[in-house]
Each structure stands twice: as C-alpha cells, then as structure tokens.
Ligand binder design. Sequence first.
Ligand code: HAM
Length: 423
Amino acid sequence: MPEIASPRGTRDILPADQAAYRWVLDTHSRVAELHAYRPVETPIIEATELFARAVGSDTDIVEKQMFTFDDRGGRSLTLRPEGTAGVTRAALAARLDQELRPLRLHYAGPMFRAERPQAGRQHQFTQLGIECIGERSASVDAEVVEIAWRFFAALGLHGVQLQVNSLGSPEDRARYREALVAYYEPLRDRLCDDCQRRLDTNPLRLLDCKRDAQFAESAPKIAASLSRESTEFFGRVLEILDTAAIPVTLNPRLVRGLDYYTDTVFEIWHETLSGAQNALGGGGRYDGLAALLGFAATPGCGYALGVERTIMVAKELGVAPGAAAGVDVLVASVDPPQAAAAARQARTLRDAGIRTMLDAGERRLDRKLRSADKAGARLAVVVGEDEVRDGNVTVRDLSQHSQQRVPEAELAALTLRILGMQQ
Ligand code: HAM
C-alpha cells in the first residue's frame, strides 16, 4: 500500500521545529501581556456567514480560499481563515466589553486558506495577533502598531518595515471607490480578468494586483478622498508613532485583503520575504465590524502576524533558536533484571523536576548511552547488578566521560547540582 502523505499545503511541526515556534509564541504572549492584553481562544470552525459578513463576500479570501463544508445538520461551516471575526464575535457575545473597555485580547492558533502553496504560503498556517475592542482613538491605533514593533524587536528581527495608510470612514471609501472606477473604467479592456471583475465588485483591490501594477502608479490616491476628521485622526496616529520613534513608510496603495477596515491600516514587511509574500503581518482599525456581525456598533483595532513567515525570516537572519534537547538524564539498566530498580531511580529524578528518559530495554549498555548522548542528555545513571545489590547508582557525565558511584539516596541532589538546577 502507498504511504499516506500530509494534505497539500500543510506542514508537520516536528520536535526539532518546536523550539522556534515556542520562542515566537511565548515572546508574543509576553509582549502582549506587558501591554495588558489577555489571552483568548476561539473555535477553529465557525459559521461560514461570519467570514462572508466580516471579511467580505467579494474578497479573494471568501471567494476562493475558504475550506467550507456542511455539518451533519446541513449548516455551512468554515475553517477560520483569520482570527479577528471570531475574537470579535466571542468578546461581544460574552458582553466582555460591558465589564471593561477597551478590551485588550491576544490570541494564537492555526488558520486555513486555500491559496496556491509556496514558500511562506500554506493552506494551514499559524497566526498570532491582538485585538483592542471598544475604543476609537488614535492612541489605540498607535499602541497596536507599537506592540507589533516591540514584538519583532524582542525577537531581534531587524530590518522590519512598517507600511501604513488610512482608508478613512465608509463614506470616504465610497468616494474613493467612485474615483477609482472613474479612473479604471476607460482602462477596462487592458486589465487582467480578475481586475475586470474587481472593477465591478471591489475596486480597491485593483491597487494591489501585481499584473496591473503599472496602472496603479497613477491611480488616484485615497488621501484626496479622506474627510477632514479622517485626515486628522490619521495625523494623530502618525504623530504618536513618531514620538515613539517608530519609523513608518506611508503607502497610499496599501488597501489590505479584508473588507472590514476603516481608517488606519498597516503591514509589516521584510525584505527577505519576496513578492506577494512579503508581509510578516498586517492589521488596522475595523470600526464597522461589530455591526456587520449583528452586535451594537463597537470600534476595534488589531493585527495578526504569520508565525511561519516570522520563523523563516528569523532563520535567515540567524536569530532563531535551534532544536532544544528534550532530556537531561538517561537512566539505563544494564540487564533486564534491573528494569524495576532503574524505573524507580527515574521516578525519583522526575519527582525532583529533572527531565529523565528511562531505557530499561534489552539493548546493550553502550548503545543506550550512545542514543542518550544523541538525544542531548548530560548525564546517564547506570543501574547494574552490583549497584542494585549495594543500593548505589553510577552517575556518568556524558560530555566529560567521567563517572562516580553514589548511594541511591543522594542521586537527586547530586544530579541537580551537576545540572546547575535549584534544589
Ligand atoms: P492578513 O494580512 O490576512 O490579516 O494575515 C496576517 C498574516 O498572516 C500575513 O501577513 C501572513 O504573515 C500570514 N498569512 C496569511 N495567509 C497566509 C498563508 N496562506 N500562509 C502563511 N501565512 C499566511 C488578517 O488575517 C487580519 N485578521 C489581521 C487583523 C487583526 N486585522 C485586524 N486585526
């Protein structure tokens, strides 16, 4: 029978990759929690309607990239392509915004998009993010951007570039939409098939088409369609970022691939990521989202970052941690009759908080020691016939090839001392 392969666009996160994942996820939790964000988890499956309304039915994500299926009762469900819609639904359904406003939440987990797989683009990928729900203020937008900035700094990922723009209010966007249609309509026949369709459904998306980039160059800029209020709001965001010494690049063509944004939008790019996949993350303000989901109008702002892309860049820059050893000590029996005694020593070490691997199998001792060394163990505790008879164990330092015999009762204390761990 043929071996079963993993589904297209998915990757296993094998033990050797775990240290880098944990480093990214733990660093993000730490930075988010330093800014008083609390963790939240939402389901991986949601009603399809949630994304159709939130992300927008004319977006690439909803039109082409969702994994959607009917449950046994005939209800349409979707594997979440992003986290903002679910987190907003969860927070407002639980009325958390009535206890505390704004609500500051952070999250991480798998997301699913059926895009053509390539480096940095998978069907299942991991996002981490934050959402600040319940306040419309320039200082919240700046805080959200600053957290992303501080997260990459905490990882030591230099060279990240912050691209920002403002999409203004829904009315500003409607005005801009008209300006874009007026500009692109005479060019319709020269546009790619996708863009001809976008011209009718979602003209803002014309701006980030790679094939028709030459037309985007001279397209009207959104700044000209913004109201005074929107322009001032964006100005305040930029001012605060400036005082935080966070360098930004104004990018009038940055429109993002999700429809829920209003006002501030941003992306974080890195030059080592190429082409369409150059974004480590992105986010912005979404003041209209709650109402689209049927809740009372509630402003919000947040971002999400791609964990796999972050690790790719960190490896490229040489700042990602390598595989970590999963074990400190091997306890090995010499012959099968010592199996129970070896298991007892292993238990004693684990009770003292020492990561211990037990090898009481029938292999020869030198084989056992070799594989313990390969697994990264510092010490081996050898339990043979003599040791069992005398109530001793032999503690061998695998890196220095020295060994000593100690009474069983002293094993845990000695091991903790050699490993440099607290008693
Ligand atoms: P997004 O820009 O669609 O935003 O995704 C954020 C990040 O997720 C991307 O910049 C990228 O690093 C990663 N990502 C997206 N698709 C893939 C893929 N197929 N394979 C690997 N990585 C991918 C959002 O999802 C919004 N929810 C962000 C947000 C939060 N806005 C406000 N709050």
